[in-house]
Design a protein around this ligand. Structure first.
Ligand SMILES: [Zn+2]
Length: 272
């Protein structure tokens, strides 16, 4: 890994992930972050901004540029958008890098002062970390693991609508891993708390960075084992077992929730 604060060269073709208030600047022509050489783009003087090297995408370096809310200097390049638009419109690798950019911007903004002694923290120059020279406390970008699980019972899949979900949108169950838990314990606890049931045959499917604000979704499928459905009224407004061929509105392709539901559908279709 290269140093996080290496300066981009003026003639280096790169991706520019410009983040302001949790939103990402997207070019109006292709809904992607701006791409090209520093000396050929209408960018402001980057010496005025914090610029962080965040990795490579499609054989090009990627830089995070931290803009301030309301900064009009970047207006010639595009507008700021929620990452949810990148999620549904772009490939997985582009979304993953956008997620990384947003999370690092959030991390740098929220770790300017030491959580232990209150002194100002400084960026470490050889790794992505913030360090307190008063008490030697060091912080890394925070990632919060969550389990997400699609549960089937015969031909039916359990879908529920959380209080923050839009009207009519149903998804699979999810919850944060608590301190000291294994993923298996989180799965069992969350499903019991939110739906009042026990599961069996859980299988890992895939994971997805979920930068709202800094989660890592760890996706499983599982089967119902016992218990009557009893939804947690504090978390969920509605929910039921839905026939796999008569699903309500579910999360869009690109989300891990969609992928897990489709995984169950493929399994059920194979059994026909
Ligand atoms: Zn300190």
């Amino acid at each position: 890994m290269s140093k996080p604060y290496q300066k981009p060269a003026a003639d280096e073709p790169a991706w520019w992930f410009i983040v302001s208030a949790g939103e990402l600047l997207l070019s109006p022509t292709d809904n992607r972050p701006p791409h090209g050489q520093l000396d050929q783009l209408p960018l402001p003087d980057l010496n005025d901004y914090k610029v962080v090297f965040i990795g490579e995408l499609r054989e090009r370096n990627c830089y995070l540029v931290m803009a301030d809310f309301g900064d009009a200097e970047f207006a010639a390049l595009g507008d700021f958008h929620s990452l949810r638009e990148v999620l549904v419109q772009q490939d997985d690798d582009m979304f993953a890098m956008a997620a990384r950019a947003k999370q690092i911007a959030d991390y740098l903004q929220t770790h300017r002062f030491c959580g232990r002694c209150g002194a100002r923290m400084q960026a470490v120059d050889w790794e992505l970390a913030m360090h307190c020279h008063s008490c030697q406390h060091r912080c890394y970008p925070r990632i919060s693991p969550c389990i997400i699980v699609a549960i089937r019972k015969g031909r039916k899949v359990l879908l529920a609508r959380g209080k923050r979900h839009p009207e009519g949108l149903f998804s699979v169950l999810a919850g944060f891993v608590e301190a000291g838990e294994t993923l298996e314990q989180t799965l069992a606890r969350e499903v019991m708390e939110e739906a009042g049931i026990e599961i069996k045959n859980h299988r890992y499917v895939a994971s997805q960075s979920w930068p709202f604000p800094h989660s890592l979704m760890i996706g499983y499928t599982a089967e119902w084992r016992s218990g009557e459905l009893r939804l947690d009224p504090f978390e969920l407004e509605q929910g039921d077992w839905f026939d796999i061929d008569q699903l309500p509105r579910i999360p869009l392709p690109g989300t891990i929730a969609y992928k897990l539901i489709m995984q169950l559908k493929a399994e059920i279709d194979q059994e026909k």
